[in-house]
Every structure is written in structure tokens, then in C-alpha cells.
Write a protein that binds this ligand. Sequence first.
Ligand code: FAD
Length: 297
Amino acid sequence: MINPHPGLPELEYVKPATLVEASQFLAEHNGTAKPFSGGTDCFVRLRDGVLKVDYLVDIKGLDGTKELSFDPKKGLTIGAAVPMNKVATNKDVIAHYPNLAMAANSVASYQLRNRATIVGNICNASPAGDTIGTCMALDGVLNVHGTDGFRQIPLNSFFLGPGRTVLKPGDVVISITLPVPPAGMVGVYKKLGRNTIGDLSIVGVAVLGYPNSKSPSGYTFRIALASVAPVPFEALKAEALLSEKKITEETIAQAADIAMESVTPIDDVRGSARYRKLMVRNLTREAITEVWNQLSK
Ligand SMILES: Cc1cc2nc3c(=O)[nH]c(=O)nc-3n(C[C@H](O)[C@H](O)[C@H](O)COP(=O)(O)OP(=O)(O)OC[C@H]3O[C@@H](n4cnc5c(N)ncnc54)[C@H](O)[C@@H]3O)c2cc1C
């Protein structure tokens, strides 16, 4: 019988000592080398023959990749080598970004989260990445080192399509920075999977809201959707409605309908496009209502 999973192919493990060395190596071996952190995406793809490379470049020892720090002015910085369990249990994350802890905790299992990282989840650029929407709604910015040195990339301009990003040959994402959240922010992440743990999302909905005296409604909401388009994205029209109209049950239902209309899902083993669309409406309504109930207490 043919073994569908013959094991890992032979490849070279590379551990650069500096960011410059890492970027140079990755640029020189463009197409045959990949950076990795937790490896929970890379190794599965290598085993399945979907990813074919000669070199895996371990970024975990590089400057800034182990940072997990909160600065009351700058916000939260999460290094590319920080496992999700560390993020989800960090006291500053729980205090200031509880929605991020919620999103991180929705990924796979505890065991997997001991390896998997937020930056890996983002760089993998899966439409189903569970932490991406929350990081987008929180205005995350990636700190990147490339062959030309350091630069920053806002998360909302990072994705080009499934598995495709604006990263260039030689680029290593060092960390993600999430600005200080707006005063009074409340956020949730709703994930629909085929089972409660260990599965990718059929639909993922990240919603956050906060009081904003400049909005006609008195509030700003951010809504980001996963698994329902080629890349995770923000439902801008639904957000605009919630900023313009008085927040009522009817407005929330209208915003959820608009969010549903903004998605372009596919049929796959986890759910049909039609099911996904309807679930976007239901989960978005649920998520906005939960956020609103807390905001209006
Ligand atoms: C059993 C199982 C269950 C899973 N369940 C979920 C789930 O529920 N939700 C979910 O969202 N995901 C899930 N995943 C996918 C995966 O665990 C996550 O995407 C994880 O966050 C990836 O992080 P990592 O550090 O392991 O990434 P890696 O495998 O190390 O890397 C992933 C990708 O990012 C690139 N990359 C990594 N680090 C960098 C860097 N610093 N700079 C540039 N590029 C980089 C790599 O080249 C690769 O393309 C699951 C995976 C498995 C195996």
C-alpha cells in the first residue's frame, strides 16, 4: 500500500546568528529556503509534499523575535518566536487585549499552541488564520528585516491572496506591534469549527468596539472576517453603519446583513459557501451584540 505521508524529505536546517545573515541567506536561496518559527504549518506542508525547499531557516534566535512586552505608549510587541500560549497567558495581553487572548486560545489545541506563533499564523497567510482578524482590527503593524534593513508593514496591506503576502525575498518578520487599544475597548472572537478544538475555522469573526465621541453613533466598531474570502479582511461597510446609526438591535442586524454581503466564500470540506455566508451573518450579529452589551452596561 502507498503511504500517503512518507515523512519529512531531506533538507538542511539553518540557524543564522543575525538578522543580516538571515536576510542574506534567504535572499540568496530565494525559492529553496523558507524561514520558520513554530513549524506547525511548515512541517505539515513539507511532510505532505506541498512545500518543497532545500533549507529551513530557524528565526527563533534572532534579535527581537523573543520579545513579548507592553509599553503604555507604544503598545504590545509580540516577537515572531513567541508561542501562542505565552501570548494568551500574558498578564498585559489579558488586561489590555483580552480579544487577542481569546483568538489565540481558539487555535488548535494547547499542545499545538506551545509551538505555533502569531507571526507564523499571519505569515502563513491562510484565509482561515484565527489570530489575523483580531490583529487587523487592533491595527497591527509588522516589524520586518530585509536585505535593505528594517521597515514596517501595516497588517491591512500585508495579504495578496491565499498563502501570498507582500514579503520580499530575504524578508524576516521580527515581530508584530499592536498599538495601545482605544479607551474602553471591548472585543470578542467567534470561531465556528467542525469541532470545538483542533480544527480550522469554517468562519471566524473578530469584533471590537469602543466609545468614540467623534462618531455620530458615539461608538466605533471594527469587524474582521476569516475563512470567507481569499484573505482575512475588514467589513468596512458594516463598520461604517455602526458608526453612523444609533446602535439598536435593528442596526446590529443590518450591520450583520451587510457583513454577510461582503463575503466571497468557497465550498470546501469544512462547509459550503452558502452555509458560511449565513454563519457570517449569525456570528457577526452575536459578536456585535456581545460587545455592545458590555459597552452599554
Ligand atoms: C493540527 C493543526 C491544527 C491547526 N489548527 C489551526 C487553527 O485552529 N487555527 C489556525 O489559525 N491555524 C491552525 N493551524 C495552523 C498553524 O498551527 C498556525 O498557522 C500557526 O500559527 C503557525 O505558526 P508557526 O509558528 O508554527 O508557523 P511556521 O510553520 O513556522 O510558519 C508558517 C509560515 O510562515 C512563514 N514564517 C514563519 N515565521 C516567519 C517569519 N518570522 N518571517 C517570515 N515568514 C515567516 C513560514 O515560512 C511559513 O510559510 C493548525 C495546524 C495544525 C498542524
